[in-house]
Design a protein around this ligand. Structure first.
Ligand code: TRP
Length: 473
């Protein structure tokens, strides 16, 4: 990128933006250094000219720290995205509403699209499969460019899936499984390659952990991920700490991304400050890189045009807004996205389940007894205080955590509907509702533990070895 030339006619909004940021810095430096007045005047004049051009090109006023984007997406996403009382970013999710985050508002804020009935129907038509309950129930609720993926798929053009996990501890909870359960379904239904990034580097940078601990957690977490049933011939799981240094394709993409995103931009998107370590500042490029098929030459045979589809929780979207912004400038297709809601904490949908608060979570290692006790003791109830009142007025399923969990895990739509009706009318008591959840989760988690036991070290090793998959590119 050349910030010195004056010819701005052919610049993209992003290049103009970068030039403007640099020019702003220059004016400030000249002023603090008390440079000769004509020099300052000339620099200010250029700044004004650039601002005008920027406004013409984007229709918006230039604002430092707020880069332009491929839609209205980046206009309003500060580091901590607050809408009313909702806070949603990769590190924090909270709201004051017991019903949880207002996801419709989030769609508007992030500039994504709603997964409406029409899209769900189309996925059903194209895949020939009944849509997953996460789609039927709006748990995956937002997307970017999913129609484009389906258009391409219909004309026999393949795509690949990318998802990931930050391995911050050995303990994974049921909420962590949501993207993986859904990704497994997508892989089965569309029969496409899948790459899974374990960001042990990210966790080292953000947490008080050693590099080796993070790497060990990555391998441990890989076992839980494998236990979700991924096809070993179609899935590559990688630790950043291992893969970054060993794959020429991957690192080349990382530096391409690094060259095309400025500090100002990541400040605007993620809220980094001057005192954040440079590892954090450059990390978004590493989470972006797997969105491009050339990061995996062993799988895609060097092809750079295979589109990527990323299922993830909506809090990861800032990374991929950045990725989508960079993609055309480095000659790659933009990744498409499918966003999920958060998995609520036992205490209520004001926050998401968090592994660092054991009472807020049901872990994949919990015994049937622990599951039962946690739900009975901690699951926030939308029921009334006394049985008499509950029978008379009924409960509120929309704030009831046990009911919310059932919407995630109970497969049968009719049963779920019946539970909702009976709870609302007061026929079903809180204790009975909790029992339904306990009866659903206990076998589900035991089955997961059984499958995890069958995952051998050799299998983990194989999943995590860079190799071609069962696809011809
Ligand atoms: N940053 C994510 C986390 O902390 C991990 C991650 C990396 C990810 N790549 C991803 C999640 C792609 C979803 C999709 O959990």
């Amino acid at each position: 990128m050349d910030c010195q030339t004056d010819d701005t006619g052919s610049l993209t909004p992003m290049e103009l933006y970068e030039k403007l940021s640099a020019q702003g810095d220059k004016v400030r430096t000249l002023k603090t250094e008390k440079a000769p007045k004509p020099d300052i005047d000339a620099a200010v004049q250029l700044l004004v000219k650039l601002k005008l051009e920027y406004k013409t090109a984007t229709g918006q006023d230039y604002k430092a720290g707020c880069p332009p984007s491929d839609g209205p997406t980046l206009q309003d996403n500060g580091p901590s995205v607050t809408e009313g009382e909702d806070l949603v970013n990769p590190w924090n999710v909270t709201t004051t509403s017991a019903k949880g985050v207002d996801y419709d508002k989030l769609i508007v804020r992030f500039g994504s699209s709603k997964i409406d009935q029409e899209l769900v129907d189309r996925i059903e038509r194209v895949s020939g499969q009944k849509p997953h309950r996460f789609l039927r129930r709006g748990i995956f609720f937002s997307h970017r460019d999913m129609h484009q993926v389906l258009d391409a798929y219909e004309s026999k053009k393949s795509f690949y899936l990318y998802t990931g996990r930050g391995p911050s501890s050995e303990a994974m909870h049921v909420g962590h499984l949501i993207p993986f359960i859904f990704t497994k379904w997508l892989q089965d239904v569309f029969d496409v390659p899948l790459v899974i990034q374990l960001t042990d580097d990210e966790k080292y940078l953000w947490k008080d952990l050693s590099v080796e601990e993070c790497h060990r957690y990555a391998v441990e977490n890989a076992k839980d991920i494998i236990a979700c049933g991924f096809d070993i011939n179609k899935t590559f799981i990688f630790s950043d700490l291992d893969y970054m240094g060993s794959s020429p394709g991957f690192y080349r993409n990382v530096v391409k991304i690094q060259k095309h995103v400025t500090f100002n931009q990541v400040k605007g998107i993620f809220g980094f400050t001057d005192s954040d370590c440079i590892g954090k500042i450059s990390f978004p490029a590493i989470q972006a890189a797997p969105s491009f098929s050339t990061s995996f030459p062993q799988i895609f045979n060097g092809r750079k045009d295979v589109q990527c589809l990323i299922p993830c929780a909506i809090d990861q979207d800032p990374y991929f807004r950045m990725t989508r912004d960079v993609a055309p400038r480095i000659g790659y297709p933009k990744p498409a996205l499918l966003h999920s809601t958060f998995f609520p904490a036992l205490q209520g949908a004001q926050s998401k389940m968090s592994a660092s608060d054991p009472n807020s979570s049901i872990f994949l290692t919990d015994t049937p007894k622990q599951i039962k006790n946690k739900i009975n003791k901690h699951a926030f109830s939308g029921g009334k205080d006394t049985i008499e009142e509950h029978r008379k007025y009924g409960g509120d399923p929309d704030v009831d955590v046990s009911f919310m969990y059932l919407t995630f895990f109970l497969e049968d739509d009719e049963q779920l509907d019946k539970i909702r009706q009976d709870y609302t009318s007061g026929v079903l008591l809180t204790g009975e509702l909790k029992k339904r959840l306990i009866d659903t989760l206990q076998p589900m988690i035991s089955a997961h533990q059984q499958r995890r036991k069958l995952v051998t070290d050799e299998m983990v090793q194989q999943f995590m070895t860079s190799r071609p998959l069962d696809f011809n590119y």
